[in-house]
Design a protein around this ligand. Structure first.
Ligand SMILES: Nc1ncnc2c1ncn2[C@@H]1O[C@H](COP(=O)(O)OP(=O)(O)O)[C@@H](O)[C@H]1O
Ligand SMILES: [Mg+2]
Length: 250
């Protein structure tokens, strides 16, 4: 018997290490202390595979946004292992964690957090400029990504001159522009019309298809479900089930 068949036989539910994008092991996270102490993530074990688009679902308040923030290195855990593409995020100093986020993570949160004094193009270029890309080249790549999300006609608009759905698309372009290995999205299509939502999901799909990358999306949106490879279900701070998506688009 060769090694790979041994691994498959002994651990069918666990992907080989090289196939894992994110590995969370016994992760616990709470907020507050004393009277306000609130455990929010409870013994979380979860693997996100390379090249997959994982959907994270569960009722409001169960800890989905907190879990995304932990994966993205935005929130520290109390206990447990947070491994993202082989990087032990839970062991990084704050300054290294900032760099880890810049180099590896694209996040799309419910608040778009666009900079009001910058145009759409400048907003999208920010991650590239921070990464040291020359200014004009950064703007060029930003325009390319804005065009991909259907905002080619709004490049020089300021956030206040854009609709909510358009602002969200700017935030999506900004999250993808530096081609991060892990993209985490908190209900990314809520403000988008159907056609745009579909466009955005096709882009996510393409990103997730790369074996060097992965996407995790929190969603309640039925329109998103066909794009997910697997579904992780959360309830009251715990992952209660992870399964293949029966409604996955082939
Ligand atoms: N910064 C915070 N301080 C205190 N409690 C928080 C904080 N962020 C989230 N919580 C609480 O943690 C729980 C999980 O929140 P969250 O991860 O936002 O859930 P979801 O995204 O599933 O709705 C909720 O009870 C929420 O009130
Ligand atoms: Mg949330």
């Amino acid at each position: 018997m060769n090694q790979s068949s041994v691994a498959v036989a002994s651990a069918p539910a666990v992907a080989a290490p090289s196939a894992v994008a994110v590995s969370l092991r016994q992760v616990n996270k709470s907020f507050g202390s004393g009277n306000t102490y609130l455990p929010v993530l409870k013994d979380i074990n979860l693997e996100v595979r390379r090249g997959e688009l994982l959907l994270l679902v569960g009722p409001s308040g169960c800890g989905k946004t907190t879990l995304l923030s932990v994966m993205a290195g935005i929130l520290d855990v109390d206990q447990g292992v947070v491994d993202v593409f082989g990087i032990r995020v839970d062991q990084l100093s704050q300054s290294r964690k900032t760099r880890f986020r810049q180099e590896n993570i694209g996040f799309i949160f419910q608040q778009f957090n666009l900079i009001p004094t910058l145009t759409a193009t400048e907003n999208v270029a920010v991650p590239l400029i921070i990464a040291g890309k020359p200014y004009q080249a950064a703007l060029e790549q930003a325009r390319h990504y804005l065009t991909l999300v259907g905002l080619g006609e709004r490049l020089e608009h300021f956030p206040t001159q854009l609709s909510g759905g358009q602002q969200q698309r700017v935030a999506i372009a900004r999250a993808l522009v530096a081609e991060p290995r892990l993209v985490v999205c908190d209900e990314p299509t809520a403000a988008l019309d159907s056609a745009t939502g579909q466009l955005v999901m096709e882009m996510f799909r393409e990103v997730a298809l790369s074996p060097e990358r992965a996407i995790v999306i929190v969603t309640h949106d039925n329109r998103i479900f066909p794009y997910g490879d697997r579904i992780a279900e959360m309830l009251d701070g715990r992952i209660v089930d992870v399964h293949d998506n029966p409604n996955r688009m082939r």
